[in-house]
Write a protein of this length. Structure first.
Length: 420
């Protein structure tokens, strides 16, 4: 451990109880910030989480000609003209969502150049869907040294089929299609709530999109977009993380602003584990442990299936369930880096291919562990909260990228967690 490396110190073993309100969705907010490149007017975004990734994307936009003001949870973006179509490689490599500048730059300036983006090392993360979409809209996509380059004098609507319902791919192609000439149909689009929100935001800016949140999205191109004032949807992954922390500690946690319709798969699985779950728009989601959790099986698949971004946290909760639990990961090929970290806390779990097998209940014992990506980091926090004694979580820069006010929110639920 480097002497200056910040860490969380958790003294676990206490049931989490109480209410928590989550921030706006990290991923949806990133799509919304990128949408600011599509208009010369001011786009005002509310309920934006105060996390490092938003600052990183804002910095990229500033280099492309945007004025970006961040005041707490409000972000204002104004892009009178695009002054550069090639963001610097070192900035693009800091986060995956940086690649979302491609669609807007292509649509508004006729060209865009970007290195392959960075992001969590959770598997091979191809970009083919983005390129298939751009090409179908009439752009040429070529490699220029380290960069991907897309260009088109004028984009034209098309019927586009995606091999895979890529989340960022759908958003990027939507960004390009809204300003294309004529009609676009995207078949096998990602139906995630954050993608649907991005479409609603674009409509608030004057786009004409229908079918958002379904696998077939229709777009009638318009000549230009205008500003809007728009709130970001609550973060279902942050909400799920707190509910799973409640489950792992035998607690009773309510996420007051969780949207139950976005979280059917988690609600079903918590009930299968033996928890009582109340879920409606008035209460949000409350999950109450009634004695020991039961072992269950989960497959992480695209929405509305169980979210891959809740897989590691679910596995951490499963260490406290009676029997043999399984998580089968079907989105990423390298999602299970967290397993070795949880084993350091005493978890009895192994990986067999894309499946993690967990034997429980296991009394976890505090130890030093590392957050290896955002969700692996959330998993070690959940396990640390369930563990007896002191857990030190290193690598918390990953958690800062995705979880606003993590320590404050967990403390309010009765956790003993301190940032050092
Ligand atoms: N894929 C393809 N072809 C493509 C693109 C993707 O086969 O052209 C496959 C990938 O190999 C991968 C799967 O699709 O196995 C998921 O990739 P996708 O493109 O859907 O993911 P993404 O758009 O890069 C977003 C989120 C991730 C989240 C995934 C899946 C952002 C910034 N990132 O990534 O979020 O895991 O969708 O839901 O929105 C996180 O928040 O911790 C995170 C990693």
């Amino acid at each position: 451990m480097s002497p200056v490396e910040p860490c969380y110190v958790i003294r676990g073993g206490r049931p989490l109880r109480g209410d928590v309100t989550v921030s706006g969705s990290k991923n949806a907010a990133l799509y919304a910030v990128a949408a600011g490149l599509l208009t010369a007017d001011t786009l005002t975004l509310r309920n934006v989480p105060e996390i490092a990734d938003i600052g990183e994307l804002a910095e990229i936009l500033r280099g492309l000609g945007s004025r970006v003001e961040i005041e707490g949870e409000t972000v204002r973006i104004t892009t009178p003209t695009i002054t550069s179509t090639a963001p610097p490689a070192e900035q693009v490599m800091r986060l995956r969502a940086s690649f979302l500048v491609m669609g807007p730059l292509l649509a508004r300036a006729g060209e865009a150049e970007c290195v392959p983006p960075g992001g969590d090392v959770i598997g091979s993360r191809p970009l083919d869907v983005h390129f298939v979409g751009f090409r179908m809209l009439g752009a040429s996509v070529t490699r220029n040294g380290a960069n991907w380059r897309a260009e088109a004098a004028r984009l034209r609507g098309a019927r586009i089929f995606f091999d895979y319902p890529s989340v960022l791919g759908t958003v990027n192609v939507l960004f390009a299609a809204v300003l294309a000439e004529g009609h676009t149909t995207i078949v096998n689009a990602a139906p995630e709530p954050e993608v649907a929100m991005a479409a609603r935001l674009l409509n608030a800016m004057g786009a004409r999109i229908t079918g958002e949140g379904t696998p077939t999205v229709e777009v009638e191109g318009v000549l230009s977009l205008h500003g809007a004032d728009f709130p970001i949807v609550p973060d279902r992954l942050e909400a799920g993380t707190y509910l799973l922390a409640g489950a792992a500690t035998g607690g009773d946690v309510r996420v007051t602003n969780a949207v139950p319709d976005h979280m059917d798969s988690l609600i079903a699985k918590l009930r299968e584990m033996g928890m009582t779950v109340e879920a409606n728009p008035e209460v949000g989601i409350r999950a109450i442990a009634n004695g020991p959790l039961q072992a269950i099986q989960v497959q992480a698949v695209p929405y509305p299936g169980f979210a891959t971004d809740l897989h590691p946290q679910m596995a951490a909760a499963m260490t406290q369930a009676q029997g043999i639990s399984l998580v089968h990961e079907r989105v990423y090929d390298n999602r299970t880096l967290y397993v070795n970290e949880l084993r350091k806390l005493g978890a009895r779990m192994i990986t067999a291919g894309d499946t993690v097998i967990i034997e429980g209940p296991t009394p976890l014992i505090g130890s030093a562990v590392r957050a290896l990506d955002i969700r692996a980091g959330a998993a070690v926090v959940v396990a640390g909260l369930a563990a007896e004694g002191e857990t030190t979580v290193l690598g918390i820069g990953h958690l800062d990228r995705g979880y606003a006010g993590l320590q404050e929110r967990l403390s309010a639920l009765g956790a003993d967690i301190e940032r050092r």
